[in-house]
Design a binder for this molecule. Structure first.
Ligand SMILES: C[S@@+](CC[C@H](N)C(=O)[O-])C[C@H]1O[C@@H](n2cnc3c(N)ncnc32)[C@H](O)[C@@H]1O
Length: 251
């Protein structure tokens, strides 16, 4: 894939998603789990990779000394600033940039985290290597993203590429595990939560190529689960349950 074109797609897509992103309630699920898995404390300086509208950055800022959030979409960083102001947090810095090449020295942060970014990266190896490089020895690296068994990836990607044309690929559990090993992490801890979102809410916040096809694909997966998101139905509403995995490793 053409790198320049892909990055253009990311900025286009997230400039559109920016204004509604923070309001999606499930985007604030399980933040306490991330804080606890990272053992965040007031002595930590944190880097949030592809921080978007700053939901994770601002949560970490409540428990740590300082957080830097980096993202390539200005519209998302504008939303992040709004959230920071709303929460009255003084210890956050926002930076525009491409996370494939981080503008920080080696060993700069004690916690380096990325949530919901890896499925957008053309080169996840490069990004995780950069996360490792800027993390202090004994610091923690956390990657949070939807991850599925290998058999579900193809169909899931089909759905997500329709919903969000900047989606590259979800990584399977095996792929994430291999990636951490290849980058040089010795021991990987894996945790999980299910992120539920109503189909109507999801469609309202998305910019699909073909909304009808997307809706039909999801509805047809009820009781089948080829997509790996355990579609359920309550009254007249359909719900998606994204399997979110948290991969954490000591540097
Ligand atoms: C789904 S959002 C996730 C935002 C945030 N991390 C969260 O968990 O709410 C993905 C973000 O990744 C950013 N992004 C994707 N590729 C990037 C790259 N190569 N460099 C910097 N940001 C990138 C997009 O701009 C977008 O804000």
């Amino acid at each position: 894939m053409d790198i320049k074109n892909h990055k253009k797609k990311i900025v286009e897509q997230f400039s559109k998603q920016a204004s509604g992103y923070t309001a999606i309630t499930s985007h604030s699920d399980a933040l306490d789990k991330l804080i606890s898995l990272s053992s965040a404390s007031k002595s930590d300086s944190v880097l949030d990779i592809a921080c978007g509208s700053g939901i994770v950055s601002c949560e970490f800022a409540k428990y740590t000394k300082h957080v830097t959030g980096i993202d390539m979409t200005q519209g998302m960083l504008d939303e992040a600033r709004k959230l920071q102001t709303k929460l009255n947090l003084a210890n956050v810095t926002w930076q525009i940039g491409d996370v494939e090449s981080l503008p920080y020295k080696d060993n700069s942060f004690s916690i380096v985290i990325s949530r919901f970014g890896f499925h957008h990266f053309l080169n996840p190896f490069k990004v995780l290597s950069e996360m490792k490089r800027v993390c202090k020895p004994e610091g923690k690296v956390l990657v949070v993203d939807v991850s599925l068994p290998d058999t579900k990836i193809k169909k899931y990607n089909e759905m997500e590429k329709n919903r969000d044309y900047s989606h590259v690929t979800a990584l399977s559990l095996t792929e994430f595990s291999n990636l951490f090993e290849k980058v040089g992490f010795k021991c990987l801890n894996t945790d999980f939560y299910s992120m539920q979102i109503g189909l109507k809410e999801q469609l309202k916040a998305s910019f699909p190529k073909d909304a009808n096809a997307l809706k039909s694909m999801i509805i047809a997966d009820l009781g089948v689960n080829d997509l790996g998101i355990n579609v359920s139905k309550l009254n007249d509403e359909y719900f998606l349950h994204y399997p979110v995995h948290i991969f954490s490793a000591k540097n």
